[in-house]
Design a binder for this molecule. Sequence first.
Ligand SMILES: *[C@@H]1O[C@H](CO)[C@@H](O)[C@H](O)[C@H]1NC(C)=O
Ligand SMILES: *[C@@H]1O[C@H](CO)[C@@H](O)[C@H](O)[C@H]1NC(C)=O
Ligand SMILES: *[C@@H]1O[C@H](CO)[C@@H](O)[C@H](O)[C@H]1NC(C)=O
Ligand SMILES: *[C@@H]1O[C@H](CO)[C@@H](O)[C@H](O)[C@H]1NC(C)=O
Ligand SMILES: *[C@@H]1O[C@H](CO)[C@@H](O)[C@H](O)[C@H]1NC(C)=O
Ligand SMILES: *[C@@H]1O[C@H](CO)[C@@H](O)[C@H](O)[C@H]1NC(C)=O
Ligand SMILES: *[C@@H]1O[C@H](CO)[C@@H](O)[C@H](O)[C@H]1NC(C)=O
Ligand SMILES: *[C@@H]1O[C@H](CO)[C@@H](O)[C@H](O)[C@H]1NC(C)=O
Length: 428
Amino acid sequence: MRLSISCLFASFACAVLADAVGRVSTRGVTPQKREVPAGYVTTSGAGFELDGEPFYFVGTNAFWLPLLITEDDVDATFQTMAGAGIKVARTWAFNAINATQLPDVLSTNLTYYQVWNNSDWTLNEGPQGLQRLDYVVSAAEKYGIRLILTFGYGGMELYIYHILGNHATHDEFYTNPTIIASYQSYAQSIVERYKSSSAVFAWELMNEARCAGDSLPSGPNCVPGSETLTTWYQLQSDFVRSLDPYHMITTGGEGQFYWAVPDTYWYNGTLVSDFNFNGEAGEDFEASLSLPNIDFGTYHLYPQTWYPELDYPGSNFSVEDWGLGWIEAHANTAAYVGKPLLIEEFGVTGLDNKSSIYPVWYNSPSGIQPWQFGELNLTEDGGNRLIQYTDQIYQGASPNDGFTFYINQTSVWDIFTAAAAVQSYRSG
Ligand SMILES: *[C@@H]1O[C@H](CO)[C@@H](O)[C@H](O)[C@H]1NC(C)=O
Ligand SMILES: *[C@@H]1O[C@H](CO)[C@@H](O)[C@H](O)[C@H]1NC(C)=O
Ligand SMILES: *[C@@H]1O[C@H](CO)[C@@H](O)[C@H](O)[C@H]1NC(C)=O
Ligand SMILES: *[C@@H]1O[C@H](CO)[C@@H](O)[C@H](O)[C@H]1NC(C)=O
Ligand SMILES: *[C@@H]1O[C@H](CO)[C@@H](O)[C@H](O)[C@H]1NC(C)=O
Ligand SMILES: *[C@@H]1O[C@H](CO)[C@@H](O)[C@H](O)[C@H]1NC(C)=O
Ligand SMILES: *[C@@H]1O[C@H](CO)[C@@H](O)[C@H](O)[C@H]1NC(C)=O
Ligand SMILES: *[C@@H]1O[C@H](CO)[C@@H](O)[C@H](O)[C@H]1NC(C)=O
């Protein structure tokens, strides 16, 4: 039923089926099941599994958890999550600064793990560094919540700037051997530190990697079809697998497709080629999900931000319908490849939009993870928290970026606690 509805509204959902059927299948080979220690979540065909039972979940995003200064605040946050039935939390296992920022960072008590100086960085294993992430991992164990730990951010400019200087192109991040070695060395520090913990749900190679640049220009290695990013995902997922045979690995990608016939939509009398389908940003969702050591698919969903023209006169897509089509396209591709799928980040602004759209969107996959979790009444007051993924300073320890929702916003909160109960019931 839902498929035919979204086919009416979103032609791409239908197109993926046609695409899948019309080709010689190179995908769909059933991934080999991995034997894992008790208590580790793993995959089983197109679903997740924990100790032999199906594992469906509502998760959440709380990138700021390891930035909290007090253990009480970390505990309080996990306690609220556990009370809501949340089983998985995604957080950043990175925050790098450069040596010139150190005095400032020491005075503000900001959590930092890497200090760049010239073309190399040093690891901070101290109380203002990885010991805070250690506490987050141990508290996750205590509250029965599993973590998706992300090794880096979409910007990636720090590696490029420090190793190659500011004349490099963004995609050199994926191909330069020194940068690759530097990234791998950091990823290895994290994997080795936590790989014996059942609280790790999955390692995530990067948040929202794009081959195309945001601030630095794109280079010639980054044109649709070059598969530069897919090659990088393969290299890094194989590398992480070589360090840890058990935990799942995923990309952290936004889920953009590279389709021979990209989807289009009408806006104000013009047919627009949709950048999420034409390979422009460098991701190829189907190809990366098909890699042997990518265990499940991730995708993100922010139609208001991506397409300000949706919901405007002259567009025949609404935010809600575009989202449904995006959800369906990923569900179809994941089913075709035969791996589980997590809608890893999604959001709309405004409580009314959230409470009307989320129930329409959430109702599908193995894993549902809205962006983002808000915790009230932290002992730590306000404070600025610099996290270098957008190079923005967010107000407060549990910041409200417009997508955040809190326990007292019951019209939204209750949607997810109800969904968590359903997922738990499905989990057997
Ligand atoms: C969107 O509008 C265009 C132009 O009016 C029309 O040709 C197209 O069929 C519409 N698409 C959908 C999915 O409604
Ligand atoms: C910095 O954080 C630590 C906990 O990681 C805490 O013990 C210390 O008191 C804090 N320092 C300041 C100046 O807030
Ligand atoms: C260090 O970071 C600051 C703030 O982002 C920047 O202004 C400065 O240029 C950087 N310095 C080096 C050597 O990277
Ligand atoms: C950065 O490196 C330079 C030269 O190698 C050195 O003189 C300086 O002390 C270093 N700075 C920090 C904060 O480590
Ligand atoms: C819509 O198209 C008309 C005619 O081409 C143009 O004048 C108008 O500026 C466009 N509106 C928007 C919001 O793009
Ligand atoms: C609700 O969504 C619409 C359409 O995207 C948007 O224009 C509006 O600003 C949103 N409301 C709030 C309060 O953010
Ligand atoms: C936060 O603190 C306020 C004032 O102390 C209290 O009224 C409220 O119930 C608390 N909220 C939560 C979620 O604990
Ligand atoms: C939720 O609590 C926060 C902090 O106490 C408060 O600022 C906000 O107005 C409350 N929201 C609702 C909907 O009660």
